[in-house]
Design a protein around this ligand. Structure first.
Ligand SMILES: Cc1cc2nc3c(=O)[nH]c(=O)nc-3n(C[C@H](O)[C@H](O)[C@H](O)COP(=O)(O)OP(=O)(O)OC[C@H]3O[C@@H](n4cnc5c(N)ncnc54)[C@H](O)[C@@H]3O)c2cc1C
Length: 236
């Protein structure tokens, strides 16, 4: 589908949300992803297409993606072009897809675990819940490297979700939780019942590591819902 880039919003020094207007309304479910194509001259070996979660709630008329910039010297050619997009640019986006979405039963206890930019599908879900007024038992555990990479706090507040933010390398001024995401922490947050679902989203190596540890700690395969973001280093 054709989309037109409308505007960007800086969420943190190295994280930006890009808003696109679709040529016709798009039906999708919060948590799904798309593939964005940005044709450009001399693409590097990673090419001109990327998968991105739609960080927007399906109730918004604009579609958004939220992503990180590794700096001019380290970024892929795709990201360098994305971060310089001019409003009015027409691009192609794939129809949204994927099953990293909320379960049908609204009473299912949910634990959302996000590493860094892995927060994007949860933003879409929580913003959608706030917009529709639907309430679900959700606890959010959000790990970031430093506190200036914490984004979307207004959405967590609006959705009235119980959130814990873990900062891996905090400044001396940080008064909240410190450390890395672990299976122990996740299971300590919500003593899992047979019905609890644990959603984990973030850099691929982080999600793989937590999947292994959560299973070792007794969580069943059917209780885990995973979203892997490739090409990011493990330390979200
Ligand atoms: C289902 C799904 C959903 C996703 N959702 C999101 C999302 O919501 N937000 C998001 O940001 N990403 C998301 N991703 C990941 C996304 O598709 C990219 O893989 C990711 O953003 C990294 O982008 P990049 O390759 O342009 O690298 P960059 O972001 O530019 O850089 C990432 C790292 O790779 C290194 N690097 C950059 N270019 C190269 C190169 N040519 N060769 C070797 N190393 C290089 C950089 O130095 C840096 O360490 C998702 C992926 C999937 C599969």
């Amino acid at each position: 589908m054709r989309v037109v880039f409308e505007r960007a919003r800086e969420e943190a020094a190295n994280i930006t949300t890009f808003y696109f207007r679709p040529e016709k309304p798009v039906h999708y479910t919060a948590g799904q992803f798309t593939e964005l194509t940005i044709p450009h001259k001399h693409p590097d070996k990673r090419g001109i297409k990327r998968w991105f979660t739609l960080s927007s709630p399906p109730t918004d008329e604009l579609l958004s993606i939220t992503t990180k910039y590794a700096g001019n010297d380290k970024s892929s050619s795709f990201k360098r072009v994305l971060f310089k997009l001019q409003p009015g640019t027409e691009l192609n986006m794939a129809e949204p897809m994927g099953d990293f979405v909320l379960p049908k039963l609204i009473q299912t206890p949910l634990v959302f675990v996000a590493g860094g930019i892995g927060i994007t599908p949860f933003h879409s879900m929580l913003d959608w819940l706030a917009a529709t007024g639907e309430q679900r038992p959700i606890k959010l555990l959000y790990g970031v490297r430093s506190e200036d990479e914490i984004i979307f706090q207004d959405t967590f507040a609006k959705a009235a979700v119980k959130s814990t933010i873990m900062v891996g390398e905090p400044s001396a001024a940080w008064g909240g939780e410190r450390g890395r995401l672990s299976a122990e922490l996740i299971l300590g947050l919500e003593k899992p019942s047979e019905d609890t679902l644990v959603y984990v989203s973030g850099p691929e190596p982080m999600v793989e590591h937590l999947e292994k540890d959560l299973k070792k700690a007794g969580l069943k395969e059917r209780q885990l819902v995973l979203d892997f973001f490739p090409n990011y280093p493990p330390e979200y």
